[in-house]
Design a protein around this ligand. Structure first.
Ligand SMILES: Cc1cc2nc3c(=O)[nH]c(=O)nc-3n(C[C@H](O)[C@H](O)[C@H](O)COP(=O)(O)O)c2cc1C
Ligand SMILES: Nc1ncnc2c1ncn2[C@@H]1O[C@H](COP(=O)(O)OP(=O)(O)O)[C@@H](O)[C@H]1O
Length: 280
């Protein structure tokens, strides 16, 4: 995980900023960052809803330092006061980059026109960025993930959707009756819908092809689980923090009449995942 280094960068050196929520650090956000100069910074306004790239993971996706502001602490400011705050915080600020739908100040009364009027430097506003006619927004990406359409979500993200989890103890059934899995406890990250996915799993900075099941284990104890099986290799995971990148949904969750039937299906899933990941 890349450490947040904004605390190491003196705000006096910052000459350009991009402002927004930036959950996902998706393809449109990256287009905004391209407009920053070498002394650029990202101002991330925390609304508390981020679940694609929770705050502690956002720095991983940009070389620019990220400064966080809690929305509840600034939303009472009138537009003019918000701009004043920016000028005080970043005394050498010359340029602000935002997207077409950026609004600010109490009641979100001010948008790009007012930004241009109130800020005495350069304001660059990007038109709505679309990919294959789909507008790139974090809410749109969340919906594709909830629908299990990983391919489209990844296209809009500009990278594979990745979650971080904590390795926890499973039912102890996997290695005995099915295949060995790393059971994960996920906090903060949005999970794609229930089913089986072709994934890559990062353990101790090494990336392995893997298959991941998310959902209620309707065939066994019925509880909700996130489990990853590493393909092709026997690994003894000693890592507490595990990263999983999603590539493709292979099938929906299902209830099987016997453990044997589930095991047969899991072996088929593994073949499919291998084929998919080897042909990337
Ligand atoms: C590739 C894969 C697919 C799975 N598919 C299903 C499924 O469709 N339905 C289900 O009830 N459980 C499914 N499971 C979960 C198994 O029930 C689970 O791995 C087993 O209960 C072992 O759990 P444990 O690791 O906690 O011991 C799947 C697991 C894997 C690895
Ligand atoms: N598809 C897009 N095209 C252009 N600008 C965008 C787009 N999505 C977000 N932005 C801009 O990026 C910044 C962060 O926006 P944010 O509201 O966090 O994104 P999202 O719409 O994905 O939730 C804002 O300045 C916003 O106007």
């Amino acid at each position: 995980m890349k450490k947040n280094f904004s605390t190491l960068v003196n705000k006096n050196t910052i000459t350009s900023i991009a402002i927004g929520g930036f959950d996902g650090m998706h393809a449109a956000h990256q287009k905004l960052f391209e407009k920053l100069d070498e002394n650029g910074a990202i101002l991330s306004i925390e609304s508390g809803y981020a679940n694609l790239t929770p705050k502690s993971h956002r720095q991983e996706y940009s070389k620019y330092p990220i400064y966080y502001y809690v929305l509840d602490n600034i939303k009472h400011l009138e537009g003019r006061e918000f701009i004043k705050l920016l000028k005080e915080e970043y005394p050498n600020l010359k340029k602000i980059v935002v997207g077409f739908d950026f609004c600010f100040g109490k009641g979100r009364k001010n948008c790009v026109k007012e930004l241009d009027e109130l800020f005495d430097g350069e304001v660059e506003v990007l038109d709505e960025i679309k990919l294959d006619d789909i507008a790139v927004h974090s809410r749109v990406i969340r919906q594709y993930l909830k629908d299990g359409d990983i391919k489209t979500a990844n296209k809009l993200l500009g990278k594979e959707y990745k979650i971080y989890g904590k390795h926890i103890k499973g039912q102890g059934l996997g290695a005995k009756s099915f295949v060995p899995t790393i059971n994960l406890f996920i906090e903060e990250f949005l999970l794609p819908n229930e089913g089986v996915y072709a994934t890559k799993t990062i353990l101790n900075e090494k990336e392995y092809n893997s298959i991941t099941f998310l959902g209620h284990r309707v065939t066994t104890d019925g509880s909700y689980a996130v489990e990853t099986h590493i393909l092709d290799e026997e690994v003894k995971n000693e890592e507490f923090i595990v990263q999983v990148k999603f590539f493709e949904k292979l099938r929906d969750n299902a209830k099987f009449d016997s453990f044997d039937d589930l095991k047969k299906q899991i072996l088929l899933d593994i073949k499919k995942a291998n084929l998919y990941l080897q042909n990337l």
